[in-house]
Design a protein around this ligand. Structure first.
Ligand SMILES: C[S@@+](CC[C@H](N)C(=O)[O-])C[C@H]1O[C@@H](n2cnc3c(N)ncnc32)[C@H](O)[C@@H]1O
Length: 184
């Protein structure tokens, strides 16, 4: 069975890494293949990461939280909680998603990072680099890019401006980059 390793940095309350896990499971049934998938999610704030690890979210039918190709009952348990203002619908991620994820408190700026070179097939770092100075951003990007295997892809948020990276690596979509060779 092929291993699939996905790093999700600055994962906030977990919507992003759980979405990745759902996408992998959907792709598996589409392709008729099974991947041995591991998605380590990192985040600087312990309480935020704890929320992600719990995997319980408020659900509102009107907010179109899921794309059409996802059947929520496949991945979430529905729970109705009664409170003073009425009823609240909560959804809890099923264990098959939880098993694919792990959570670690980590600062992106930290030199002592828990992942090694060439470990990941995919790295996500979305909607956080805009808050760093150019110098720090370049440092983080080099580190994250080094985590990728050759042929792996890095996904950044749409508004990130990874100028230094653009000059060195191949871009395959808006802020999606492929590692063709070792450069950093
Ligand atoms: C705007 S949210 C983006 C969340 C998610 N990646 C997304 O696109 O939906 C930025 C996240 O980065 C986290 N964060 C802020 N500074 C960080 C740092 N130095 N290292 C790791 N995470 C950080 C914040 O706590 C927050 O959860």
């Amino acid at each position: 069975m092929r291993n699939l390793q996905i790093e999700c940095s600055a994962s906030f309350t977990g919507e992003e890494p759980y979405s990745m896990a759902i996408t992998v499971l959907e792709a598996q049934s589409e392709l008729g293949k099974t991947f041995n998938t591991s998605i380590p999610a990192t985040e600087i704030y312990t309480n935020v990461l704890q929320y992600a690890a719990n995997g319980v979210y408020r659900y509102s039918k009107s907010s179109k939280e899921f794309p059409n190709w996802i059947k929520p009952s496949k991945y979430f348990k529905r729970r109705v909680k009664k409170n003073l203002s009425g009823e609240e619908v909560l959804i809890k991620v099923k264990d098959k998603l939880k098993r694919m994820l792990s959570f670690q408190v980590k600062n992106l700026s930290d030199d002592n990072y828990p992942f090694s070179k060439n470990q990941f097939d995919i790295v996500f770092c979305r909607n956080i680099l805009i808050y760093f100075s150019i110098e720090d951003k370049n440092k983080i990007l080099k580190k994250l890019f080094s985590h990728l295997k050759i042929g792996g892809t890095l996904y950044l948020g749409h508004s990130e401006n990874p100028q230094d990276l653009v000059n060195h690596v191949k871009r395959i979509g808006q802020n999606i980059f492929i590692k063709e060779k070792e450069i950093f």
